[in-house]
Structures are given as structure tokens and as C-alpha cells.
Design a protein around this ligand. Structure first.
Ligand code: PMP
Length: 294
């Protein structure tokens, strides 16, 4: 028996230290592939169906044929968690174009590779939900919708990484990515919401932002709580002058933003609507109707 985590690769399980892919895999050579980040909380995989559906939509957009049905894929995720006896996990589901030659032509890759990692993630300070995070607008413009758009959750994340490098260099927690015309797209791996005079605003996915599953949960919560939420182009000015702002994402969860480019947002601490949504989000996580049992 090994105490190492097991990683699923193409139907087999390998200890983490031996979980390796070919250097000829086009996911590695060219970023040719798609992925999902999913969380399991207390024995329930949160919104598994929604994540699997999005994975298949991303794959369809890049003409990547996944050699498993959606049901088999969901089952493989559950099985990997069971094998690792994990009730709480951050799951990384990757489908790469597979092994080819050194040319980029995807036709050279006869079979997509599926990788499932069930591990944990730590991308923010533990008290960020109470204190909020700092952020800055990055000079790196988001890939436009007619390029490697972030509507596709592809393995091309250099755009986000460049923005994150800038945030790191400036000593702030997160970066906010703008479209080429200057309107706000999203965070590096999160969607963004602002609150102004009791109403919420979030950018449309036509900015090339990913249709976030956490954002969808927040949208449903707003409906249930009777909060007005509008999808609209947001400018940096609108963010600077918002009463509240927050990010949403699977890894990040729902996290208040307290400062952007050194401008204090609202009171500089989580506002009442953000706090309410953070609390309600955590209730959603625990509901069996939102999860698939491990
Ligand atoms: N935008 C991008 C670019 C992302 O990578 C993510 C993380 N998947 C999100 C937004 C948030 O999406 P979700 O809530 O589905 O995790």
C-alpha cells in the first residue's frame, strides 16, 4: 500500500510521484487541451454535472473528442476520490489532445488523454473571506473572443499567468483582466462582481470571460434573495467607485475585494451584500442537491 495520492491517467491509477505524461503530448507541447477545476466538500462533489458539461463544451469548441461519455467521466472522478479516500478535495480534470509528433497538427494525435488529479489547493490567505483581497488591473489584455478566448477553459493560461506575475510583482493578491477596449473581463481564474447602491453588476461572457459555475450559483442566490443583478460592461471607474466588489471561482470561492490599484473599495472591508452571499454560498455547498455523492 502506498500513502501517496493516486492520479488517474487514461483509466489507470498511478502514485502522484509516478503520474507522468509523454513529452510528446500536445497538451504539454502546445497547450492543446481543456480542463476543469472542481471541488468536493464533505463527501459531495459540488456541481459535478455542470463542470463535466462545461468540459465537453470546451472540448467541442476545439474539436477534441473525449474518449469517455459524460457519465463515465463523472464516474471516473468519483472513483478517483474514492480510491484516495477524499471527502474534501480540489479536483483537476484535464483532457489533452494526447500524444502526437512535434508538429502542431492535432490530426497527428490519435487519442485524447484524460487525467484526474484529486488533491487540495491553497490560492489565498485563510482569512481572505473576512478581510478581503487586494487587486490591480493588469496591462495584459484578455485574449479577444476571436482568439484563444477564455470562454473555452483551455490549457492556454499564459494570459492569466502574465497578469498574476504582475500582481505578484506589485505585492497585491490578485489581478483583474481587461478586454482590449478597456472594459473588465474577469480575474485570472475568477469572475468578478461589484455592488452599487444595493444592486449587483457583473461583466457578460461576451468580454471573453469564462461562464463561471460559482458565478452561476451566485446568480441563483441573488434571485432567491431578491437582489438585482445586471450583466453589463464594467469600467475600471465603476470598480473604483463600487460600494463592494468580490471574486467568484471554484478555487477562490466567493471572496471580497477590498482594494483595487490602491483605491479602497467601499469601506475597505467586506460589505453587507458580499457577506450575505459568502454565507449563503457556504450553505449551498452543503446541500446534497448541489452535489454528487462520493
Ligand atoms: N474565469 C476563469 C478564466 C477561470 O479559469 C475560472 C475558474 N474555473 C473562473 C473564471 C471561475 O469559474 P468557476 O466558478 O466555474 O470555477
Amino acid at each position: 500500500m502506498t500513502s501517496e495520492l493516486l492520479v488517474y491517467i487514461d483509466g489507470e491509477y498511478y502514485p502522484k510521484s509516478q503520474a507522468k505524461i509523454s513529452v510528446y503530448d500536445h497538451g504539454f507541447l502546445y497547450g492543446d487541451g481543456v480542463f476543469e477545476g472542481i471541488r468536493a466538500y464533505n463527501g459531495l462533489v459540488f456541481k459535478l454535472k455542470e463542470h463535466v458539461d462545461r468540459l465537453y463544451r470546451s472540448a467541442h469548441a476545439i474539436t477534441l473528442k473525449i474518449p469517455l461519455s459524460k457519465e463515465e467521466m463523472a464516474q471516473a472522478v468519483i472513483e478517483t476520490l474514492r480510491k484516495n479516500k477524499m471527502k474534501d478535495s480540489y479536483i483537476r480534470l484535464i483532457v489533452s489532445r494526447g500524444i502526437g509528433d512535434l508538429g502542431l497538427d492535432p490530426r497527428k494525435c490519435p487519442k485524447a488523454s484524460i487525467i484526474i488529479i484529486t488533491d487540495t489547493i491553497s490560492i489565498r490567505a485563510g482569512n481572505a473571506a473576512e478581510t478581503g483581497v487586494t487587486a490591480m488591473f493588469s496591462w495584459v489584455r484578455r485574449n479577444p473572443v476571436d482568439a484563444t478566448t477564455h470562454e473555452i477553459k483551455s490549457l492556454n493560461y499564459l494570459n492569466s499567468i502574465l497578469a498574476k506575475i504582475e500582481a505578484n510583482a506589485n505585492g497585491v493578491d490578485e489581478a483583474i483582466c481587461l478586454e482590449s477596449n478597456g472594459v473588465i473581463a474577469e480575474g485570472v481564474g475568477e469572475n468578478i462582481f461589484i455592488v452599487k447602491e444595493g444592486e449587483l453588476l457583473t461583466p457578460p461572457t461576451s468580454t471573453g470571460a469564462l461562464a463561471g459555475i460559482t458565478a452561476q450559483v451566485v446568480t441563483e442566490l441573488c434571485k432567491r434573495l431578491g437582489l438585482k443583478l445586471t450583466t453589463a460592461d464594467l469600467t475600471p471607474f465603476m470598480v473604483f467607485t463600487a460600494d463592494e466588489a468580490f471574486f467568484t471561482g471554484t478555487a477562490m470561492e466567493v471572496i471580497p475585494i477590498r482594494e483595487v490599484n490602491k483605491r479602497v473599495i467601499g469601506e475597505g472591508k467586506p460589505g453587507p451584500i458580499t457577506k450575505k452571499l459568502v454565507a449563503e454560498f457556504h450553505k449551498e455547498i452543503a446541500k446534497s442537491t448541489n452535489g454528487t455523492k462520493i
